[in-house]
Design a binder for this molecule. Structure first.
Ligand SMILES: Cc1cc2nc3c(=O)[nH]c(=O)nc-3n(C[C@H](O)[C@H](O)[C@H](O)COP(=O)(O)OP(=O)(O)OC[C@H]3O[C@@H](n4cnc5c(N)ncnc54)[C@H](O)[C@@H]3O)c2cc1C
Length: 419
């Protein structure tokens, strides 16, 4: 085996590199940006005066590939999460609070207990999930479920927006069913929520770079691939502008970049191109707030009836997430900050004034729009070129565009290289 050239040091490229380096392959990793992590990164923010993440990221105990990746890079213990699955919620309109606690087994007996159901919902509301299981490939979530009732407002819509970053009116019903099957459908062992204790970089990125360097991998930052020389059904040349690399007969290329960048490099590639933004606002409070209802081993709160869907607390930093945020992302950051600070103050019962230091991060290309049509267009890792594989959360992993999908895609591409 020759050298494996991996383009893109997001989680898909890192996962591919980790699998291959683990198996003793020689790796060269190229990243256009000055740091690794792509859409899952951290940085020191001058305004906030702390290391912050580009956005809150939630993992689940059923994310097998992601957890295997963390174990390989020696960072499994950097995630925190409760030993029992529990999701606290707060309704910003009514002021009601509740905690969703899925049962231990795959059969949802817990829905028979009114005390454990979401306020305002009945058993039949949960049984309608089966309509997603029977959905055709072209069906949206809204095609399958009644809109506007308590179950829609307090479960289906927030779940769909959080899991698929796509409004239920356009999101793929089959893909949401896949999420339910792999999380709630496996019982609480698979749906315990987990987050990075210190930062995304400290959990998912820096340990991977350390792991790769220790195995002799070359890692190049500020190295954007401009074009690929494709001859006789093989990738032959990597063109980085000022530098060109010839690929030997036994070399491989793994393209682990977002779909728009992949389509620019590979003419004729059919890939989902429509994207949806995620907006995050980070607030630095004077001190960690005393918060009733938030567990120390999982300081997150689901928000209903406002703009944001999730609130994360890390020390004195409160971060709010708005997914499927097309309309919000076009508004000025000051206006977004004011709206999200009002929701934070209400949810955490803090004085509304003065507003603390704020950073708003708009990730305009957070994920592809996970519509039925886009899901059909996800390509496999294998391409028409014999030594070229694709990786990325947008490839055909069967899973929504998430950390799990990105890491899985890297493993699949690595397997293709080693077969
Ligand atoms: C705000 C936000 C919140 C999210 N929340 C969650 C969550 O709660 N849970 C979850 O599981 N997932 C979440 N995600 C999704 C998750 O971050 C992504 O699915 C994952 O990081 C994608 O990894 P990737 O490697 O496929 O792509 P990317 O991270 O986009 O990596 C691709 C890399 O390729 C580089 N690149 C592009 N073009 C070139 C080129 N020509 N040459 C060299 N390098 C190039 C890019 O700079 C980038 O580093 C969230 C994403 C965002 C943005």
């Amino acid at each position: 085996m020759g050298q494996v050239h991996i383009v893109g040091a997001g989680l898909s490229g890192l996962s591919c590199a980790v699998h291959l380096a683990d198996a003793g392959h020689s790796i060269a990793l190229y990243e256009a940006a000055g740091q690794a992590g792509g859409r899952c990164r951290s940085y020191h923010d001058g305004q906030i005066g702390r290391v912050i993440d580009n956005g809150n990221h939630l993992l689940f105990s059923g994310n097998r590939d992601a957890l295997d990746y963390l174990s390989r890079i020696g960072a499994r213990d950097t995630l925190i999460g409760p030993t029992r699955a529990a999701f606290p919620f707060f309704d910003l309109r009514s002021g009601e609070s509740w905690t969703l606690r899925p049962g231990a087994g795959p059969l949802p007996w817990w829905i028979l207990s009114a005390a454990r159901r979401i306020p305002g919902t009945g058993v039949e509301d949960y049984m309608r999930a089966l309509r997603l299981a029977r959905a055709g490939p072209g069906a949206t979530v809204a095609d399958c479920l009644p809109r506007g009732d308590a179950m829609w407002q307090r479960f289906w819509e927030p779940l769909c927006v959080a899991a698929l970053n796509t409004a239920p009116e356009e999101a793929s019903a089959r893909l949401l069913w896949r999420v339910l099957r792999e999380s709630f459908g496996q019982g609480e062992a698979a749906c315990r929520p987990m987050i990075a204790r210190d930062s995304l970089a400290a959990s998912l990125i820096d340990p991977a770079l350390k792991f790769l360097r220790a195995r002799g991998a070359e890692i190049h930052f500020n190295r954007r691939l401009r074009a690929i020389g494709l001859v006789d059904k093989r990738a032959r040349v990597l063109d980085f502008g000022e530098r060109r690399i010839q690929l030997g007969d036994r070399d491989w290329l793994v393209v682990a970049v977002p779909p728009n960048a992949a389509a620019a490099l590979l003419p004729g590639l059919d890939a989902p191109q429509d994207v949806r933004p995620i907006v995050n606002a980070h607030f630095r409070l004077p001190a960690p707030p005393p918060v009733a209802g938030l567990a120390p081993d999982l300081p997150i709160l689901g928000l209903i009836g406002g703009t944001a869907q999730w609130l994360f607390l890390r020390g004195e930093i409160v971060s709010l997430t708005v997914s499927a945020a097309q309309a919000l992302a076009d508004r000025p950051s000051e206006e977004i900050a004011a709206t999200l600070w009002a929701e934070t103050a209400r949810a955490l019962k803090l004085p509304a004034a003065p507003a603390p230091p704020i950073r708003v991060i708009k990730e305009r290309r957070a994920t592809f729009a996970q519509t039925p049509e886009a899901v059909r267009r996800r390509p496999p890792a294998q391409t028409a070129w014999a030594n070229l594989a694709l990786a990325g959360d947008w490839t055909a992993t069967g899973y929504p565009a998430t950390i799990e999908s990105a890491v899985r895609s890297g493993r699949v591409a690595a397997r293709l290289v080693t077969e």
